[in-house]
Write a protein that binds this ligand. Structure first.
Ligand SMILES: Nc1ncnc2c1ncn2[C@@H]1O[C@H](COP(=O)(O)OP(=O)(O)OP(=O)(O)O)[C@@H](O)[C@H]1O
Ligand SMILES: [Mg+2]
Length: 266
């Protein structure tokens, strides 16, 4: 039996962003003084096109190098918190630390079958030289059943074939993320272009993951998804988080309405 009184309190992983600036061609697109993600299980990140949402996620993954500033992952039980400076590490180390991001622009899955692309992404997360996977069948065997379950859950017709539609590619990217067993998951428009029933399934998978202790940050323009799934929402505009709060508060906020929602969307 679990000794509840003496069980270590496992805190949800958090990501702290401090003094983080990113510019492209001399133009500052993200400039965040201080931001903590992961206080709540599922946090929405919304804002107009070009606000810097994708760039912020890429800065966390260190696939966009910071001009200055620091991104830190805090994880572990309260009495023994471990801090890792993500902005000192290369992108390929992130998955090993449990930090995983889905892609807004879907990857080119056209040259690999559904199975092979999942196999390759598992290997890429594990090895610095992912081509080694072709002699590492046991790695995939260890994940095959789970992969099959996810593909079934998202109603993939034939995993030995190629992802066909934009929707299938999007879902395949989400399955890839789920198989990596993220502790901190960043989702960039995961339901864009999906039919309603698949959007529901993606939301179900996200909720389940969060209930098991994963911190989730989700960017979405479909605000029905944001309002219904988020415990807290961050509003980003012009490279900065200008508001955070419960969905209902953000939804009714005058600045959010003016800068993003437009009258009549509330
Ligand atoms: N690799 C890049 N090179 C040059 N400019 C870039 C690059 N990536 C992003 N930008 C610019 O940075 C700004 C922020 O872009 P970003 O993609 O982060 O916005 P976003 O909030 O994700 O927008 P959307 O909701 O349209 O996805 C935009 O003006 C964009 O054109
Ligand atoms: Mg974006």
């Amino acid at each position: 039996m679990i000794d509840v009184a003496n069980a270590p309190t496992v805190t949800r992983p958090q990501i702290r962003i401090e003094g983080a600036v990113k510019s492209f061609a001399g133009r500052v697109v993200v400039d965040i003084d201080e931001l903590v993600l992961g206080d709540s299980p599922i946090e929405g990140l919304i804002g107009p096109n070009g606000a810097g949402k994708t760039t912020l996620m890429r800065m966390i993954m260190h696939s966009a190098k910071l001009d200055r500033g620091k991104v830190t992952l805090r994880r572990g039980p309260e009495e023994d918190v471990e801090e890792v400076v993500l902005s000192d590490l290369p992108t390929h180390r992130m998955a090993g630390l449990g930090v995983v991001k889905s892609n807004q622009v879907i990857m080119d899955f056209e040259k690999l079958t559904i199975w092979d692309s999942l196999l390759l992404s598992l290997a890429a997360a594990k090895y610095e030289h992912p081509h080694r996977i072709f002699s590492e069948a046991p790695l995939f065997e260890a994940h095959a059943e789970e992969a099959r379950e996810y593909l079934d859950f998202f109603s993939f017709a034939d995993p030995t074939g190629f992802a066909q539609s934009a929707g299938e590619k999007k879902l395949l990217d989400i399955v890839r993320c789920l198989l990596l067993k993220p502790r901190f998951l960043l989702l960039d428009e995961p339901t864009a272009g999906l039919p309603d029933e698949l959007t529901e399934k993606v939301m179900e998978a996200i909720r389940r993951l969060a209930s098991e202790g994963t911190s989730v940050v989700i960017v979405e323009h479909d605000l029905n998804v944001i309002w219904s799934i988020s415990d807290e929402v961050h509003f980003m505009a012009e490279g900065n988080i200008i508001l955070r709060g419960p969905p209902q508060t953000i939804r009714e906020n005058r600045t959010v309405v003016e800068k993003y929602l437009g009258e009549g969307h509330v």
